[in-house]
Design a protein. Structure first.
Length: 273
């Protein structure tokens, strides 16, 4: 059993995956990402599983990609090389979850930032703690998201506010704008998510996969898949800007200092209080 991804079956037909890097706020290293994809795909082929829950250990769901070196190649799966390699790879990773036959439920508490929010977005259902904090702070000094889900889930005005400020929203607001299905007090989140997973698991997979696919196909006909791929190209272009290059240069002196420089003027995230 992996020590950075825990697996259990808390109820009949329910598989649960737990990101287990709490000391790193469940930063998404390529090792962890590879194990998540492998575990989701294993559940998708297991006749004893009808739904999978994805959650984080410790204080949060995930604070994003591992900027301390864990996001360097090799990547979990092949993506065509060239300019924009990373952003295309991230979008394809989200589609790998999107295209699974069986539903995936995101259980979000604490920080759900940057790459963590992209992973949450890829889930079919998302339930959040009321005090969760969901955001994409890299828009402040680096680039728009790799996976630009904001206008699709949240609508034009909320998406624009999140993209133009990098501010986080709490779980209650995440439900209001459409990022999440429902918000619960943090101490009830696990029980509520498991109860919903058990309801979803009452439907056989041969029917449920059609239910899931019908919603996704409708979104794709409206252009979601093409828009996310186009967004990946814009993200790659943004990384060529002077501000983005300066931001990445700061990471050479330490991730904490770079993040403090990014958020200090806003007084939030690491710099709050």
């Amino acid at each position: 059993m992996s020590d950075i991804l825990l697996t259990d079956d808390p109820a009949p037909f329910v598989r649960r995956l737990t990101l287990n890097r709490p000391e790193k706020r469940n930063a998404l290293s390529n090792d962890l990402r590879a194990q998540v994809f492998a575990a989701l795909e294993a559940a998708d082929t297991d006749p004893q599983v009808r739904v999978t829950i994805l959650r984080g250990a410790g204080s949060c769901f995930s604070a994003g990609y591992d900027l301390g070196g864990g996001a360097a190649p090799p990547y979990p799966f092949h993506t065509a090389a060239g300019a924009g390699h990373w952003s295309r790879h991230v979008v394809e990773g989200c589609f790998r979850v999107w295209d699974l036959a069986k539903p995936v439920i995101g259980q979000v508490h604490g920080w759900c930032l940057a790459g963590g929010s992209e992973l949450g977005t890829a889930c079919d259902l998302v339930y959040v703690a009321e005090d969760a904090q969901i955001g994409y702070p890299p828009v402040r000094m680096m680039s728009p998201p790799d996976n630009q889900f904001h206008p699709w889930l949240c609508g034009l005005r909320p998406a624009m506010e999140m993209m133009l400020t990098g501010d986080a929203i709490d779980g209650v607001e995440a439900v209001r704008v459409g990022f999440a299905n429902r918000a619960f007090p943090a101490d009830r989140l696990e029980a509520e998510v498991l109860a919903m997973a058990e309801r979803v698991a009452k439907i056989p997979t041969d029917v449920q996969q059609m239910n899931k696919r019908s919603v996704h196909r409708a979104m794709e006909i409206m252009g979601l898949r093409a828009a996310l791929r186009a967004g990946a190209e814009i993200q790659a272009l943004a990384l060529t800007t002077e501000s983005s290059r300066e931001t990445f240069a700061r990471f050479a002196d330490g991730v904490s200092q770079a993040l403090d420089a990014r958020d200090g003027a806003f007084g939030d995230y690491r710099t709050k209080g």
